[in-house]
Design a binder for this molecule. Structure first.
Ligand code: NDP
Length: 327
């Protein structure tokens, strides 16, 4: 038996409980990991509260991320004692996940914990931070350099947003942050933001083309915000879209694409191939400012995860949450 967050479903809906879990709940897998640190992402909020049907098998151990130590392995790539991390692959949705002290998974899904990061730091980054890096890499791959102009980050106080801001600032970009929490201006400036705009400016229906304000954008909220991010992108620029905190719709027109030649990159972290993940984690190990990472991180115990998951969906959590699995 070990402790974890177990999600069940009945006629009344979803129920998440912090409880003792029997190992028989875990599915097949060739690597068993002692989970030392985990985290809460937006999707974990959806799964734990049942607000969206992201969990597709019951009972399900919640948690799309974990970091820990291999206990047992019959996978050729891993040996007992090695430090590993996992993001996505349907873990916490269709395969029992990382919000439990033990996980059993397919060894192909694991990434070696970068030597420069502790398991706690890796989970402070988590799927949110790894997705932020995938977005930054899309901006770079497009050829946008710091001298080309500012980069807009939407949902800047959230997990993906906060880490995107920290990474872009470390890489020398000027960052414009869109947020509903302008009261967090000092926090955002400390992370590296130069200009803050109230998210209401971008959240309502806008014009097909707006004033060219940014060379690129990282959008975590979707809907009109994404449409307005595209409409305000300079000629030849690029937008990396990864989220839907405002909505999953995309009420845009073709105008920014056919008159300004902008490019929209779709970012998926869940099924990204192993080589893409390893490259992103290598970059994170090099480019994350660990002092800034600490300032954007709140640590909780596993027994607090259900309450904090609801806060996260309500937009009350700033930055990232790490979970000490042994507290
Ligand atoms: P968080 O909850 O930490 O952050 C979301 C932020 O979005 C909030 O902090 C808030 O920022 C902003 N926001 C919330 N509600 C609204 C709203 N109604 N309108 C406009 N802005 C809003 O979540 P994450 O950062 O972990 O995830 C962000 C998004 O990215 C989610 O939609 C998530 O599903 C998605 N995601 C996608 C991944 C992928 O692989 N494509 C991987 C990881 C995440 P503020 O207070 O600054 O306004």
């Amino acid at each position: 038996m070990f402790k974890g967050i177990l999600i069940n479903k009945d006629d009344a809906g979803y129920h998440a409980h912090y409880q003792e879990i029997d190992e028989s709940v875990l599915q097949e897998g060739d690597v068993t990991v002692r989970v030392e640190w985990s985290t809460l992402n937006y999707k974990d909020g959806l799964a734990i509260t049942g607000k969206s049907p992201v969990v597709r098998r019951f009972p399900m151990v919640a948690g799309i991320d974990f970091a820990g130590t291999v206990l047992e392995s019959s996978h050729p790539g891993w040996r007992a004692g090695e430090k590993v991390l996992l993001n996505g692959w349907g873990v916490g949705e269709t395969h029992c996940g990382g919000l439990a002290q033990i996980a059993r998974v397919n060894g192909d899904w694991l990434v070696a914990l970068p030597a420069a990061l502790t398991a706690r730091q890796a989970m402070a980054i988590g799927t949110a931070g790894y997705t932020a890096m995938l977005c930054v890499q899309a901006i770079e791959k497009h050829g946008i350099k710091p001298s080309d102009g500012p980069i807009l980050v939407t949902g800047a106080n959230g997990g993906v947003g906060s880490i995107a801001v920290a990474l872009l600032s470390k890489l020398g970009y000027t960052v414009v942050a869109s947020t509903g929490r302008t009261s967090e201006a000092e926090y955002l400036k400390a992370l590296g933001v130069s200009e803050i705009i109230d998210r209401t400016e971008l959240a309502a229906p806008g014009k097909p083309l707006a004033r060219e304000r940014w060379a690129g954008a990282i959008d975590t909220v979707g809907s009109h915000t994404l449409a307005n991010a595209c409409a305000g992108t300079r000629y030849g620029g690029a937008v990396a879209a990864c989220g839907l905190a405002q909505g999953m719709d995309f009420p845009s027109t073709v105008m920014p694409f056919i008159l300004r030649g902008i490019t929209l990159y779709g970012i998926d972290s869940v099924m990204a191939p192993k080589a893409v993940r390893e490259a992103a984690w290598d970059r994170l190990a090099r480019d994350i400012d660990t002092a800034k990472l600490e300032t954007l991180t709140t640590e909780i115990g596993l027994d607090e995860a259900i309450a904090v998951a609801a806060d996260l969906l309500a937009g009350k959590v700033r930055g990232r949450v790490v979970i000490d699995m042994n507290r």
